[in-house]
Design a protein around this ligand. Structure first.
Ligand SMILES: [Fe+2]
Ligand SMILES: [Fe+2]
Length: 181
């Protein structure tokens, strides 16, 4: 059985596909903001990246790492939690400017572009650290059969309870096409 942390790695690939769409449609396109897309992307990041993915990290992976001896204050978990919070602040800035942007407000449009620029940069660096450092540590520190089964069970429970992965993967495919990479 592959390590259940692979579920989180796989979710990073989905999040990166939406980040790429934001870069193309919002950050690298001048002129009018595609506000319907902005709203869809905001919903994806809040509902899936933060709601489902960070939820699994914060309520399953990090506590299991803590139980295995990794400190929560200081060290990589504290950095990851702080970055999740910074991401939430970026999403709040987008959310709070949407209505004004719909009425054509220039400052609101700039705020949305700046917040998404910060968010994509933050998330890309965050995902890199998890992929290459924290999750590699997790595979070592949570390698026993019991730990892997427990993580698997909790992830499956979350998936069954929320259905978020299925719902948001469909939304992503609608927006970004079904190409898998
Ligand atoms: Fe994270
Ligand atoms: Fe993550």
């Amino acid at each position: 059985m592959e390590h259940p942390v692979e579920v989180l790695l796989d979710e990073h690939r989905l999040i990166e596909r939406m980040l790429a769409e934001v870069e193309t449609r919002v950050l690298n396109s001048g002129g009018k903001l595609p506000l319907d897309f902005v709203e869809t992307a905001l919903d994806f990041f809040a509902g899936f990246a933060d709601g489902s993915h960070h939820h699994k990290e914060e309520r399953v992976l990090f506590p299991m790492l803590e139980a295995a001896g990794m400190p929560v204050h200081g060290g990589p978990i504290a950095v990851m939690l702080h970055e999740h919070d910074m991401g939430r602040r970026c999403l709040a800035a987008v959310r709070n400017s949407l209505e004004a942007a719909r009425t054509g407000s220039e400052p609101a449009t700039s705020t949305i572009r700046a917040a998404f620029a910060e968010y994509t940069d933050l998330l890309r660096r965050h995902i890199w650290k998890e992929d290459n450092i924290l999750f590699e540590m997790a595979k070592v520190q949570l390698s026993s059969e019991a730990q892997r089964s427990e993580m698997q069970r909790l992830f499956e429970e979350e998936a069954k309870a929320t259905g978020l992965r299925v719902r948001y993967e469909a939304i992503l495919n609608e927006v970004a096409g079904t190409a898998v990479y």
